[in-house]
Design a protein. Structure first.
Length: 258
């Protein structure tokens, strides 16, 4: 029986307004004609006549954040410690057994932009599909931001997760969560407005900072979550191994269980 896979990763694109200006990826494409010139450095006496059509290799040079594209954040991104004092894990320390798990997709796209999702919201949606979270499940949230990918307003679209909801998920045995929004937290301008109004520092990056108490890994900038069922799929998310880094790019894939 053919296996059904769904690609949940966006491509890293040159100059796409997918991040704040200082984080927008820059890609320099070196084409095959230039590749022919660089190959002469490796093969003394080489001429274009020696190459197929006079062309050599193609190479790309990237200036890119580890948080560009579909990526996984490690606890080190949130704070130097996790689990109330233990050294925070970096992305190269991600436990590989957590990279494959039963996927659970919850659709919060009907929530208004900036909505702070609670554990009660999660429980309600899980009850509707008749599912209880299990140890090692990978929890994915359809936030409402995905249709705006590639546009400047993407950064301020969608709902997100605060401290209470995040800790509840981790307490159920979930080690990896994900969203199709720019951030696991609700868009930062909404948090900033609340902080300015109330001076309550607990609203600042609260979903991320929950990892100080209980370490977890989170995926941001997923796509195609609307193509997934609520349950009944296996999720794969191996991060690129970058020494001591706060995040790493992933090729997120779902396999529908036939």
């Amino acid at each position: 029986m053919p296996r059904t896979f769904i690609d949940l990763s966006i491509a890293i694109e040159n100059s796409l307004p997918s991040d704040p200006p200082m984080m927008i990826p820059k890609i320099t494409y070196l084409d095959h004609r230039l590749g022919a010139e660089t190959m002469k450095l490796f093969y003394p006496g080489l001429t274009e006549k020696d190459l197929p059509g006079g062309l050599g290799w193609a190479i790309e040079i990237l200036e890119v954040s580890t948080h560009a594209g579909t990526h996984m954040d490690a606890p080190w991104h949130y704070h130097p410690t996790q689990d109330k004092g233990a050294p925070a894990l970096t992305i190269d320390q991600f436990p590989l057994e957590w990279a494959v798990g039963a996927g659970v997709k919850v659709d919060f796209s009907a929530k208004p932009d900036g909505y702070n999702i609670t554990s009660a919201d999660i429980k309600k949606e899980l009850d509707i599909v008749g599912y209880s979270l299990q140890e090692g499940d990978i929890f994915l949230a359809q936030s409402g931001a995905a249709p705006y990918w590639g546009k400047p307003e993407y950064l301020v679209k969608g709902s997100g997760f605060g401290r209470e909801a995040t800790l509840w998920l981790v307490e159920q045995g979930v080690h990896v969560v994900g969203t199709d929004a720019w951030s696991w937290d609700r868009p930062l301008p909404f948090q900033a407005q609340d902080f300015e109004r109330t001076k309550d520092a607990s609203v600042i990056w609260e979903g991320h900072f929950a990892g100080i108490d209980k370490g977890y890994f989170q995926i941001e900038k997923l796509t195609n979550l609307d193509k997934l069922p609520a349950t009944g799929f296996t999720f794969y998310c191996f991060p690129i191994k970058i020494k001591g880094a706060s995040a790493g790019w992933i090729r997120a894939v779902a396999e529908i269980n036939n």
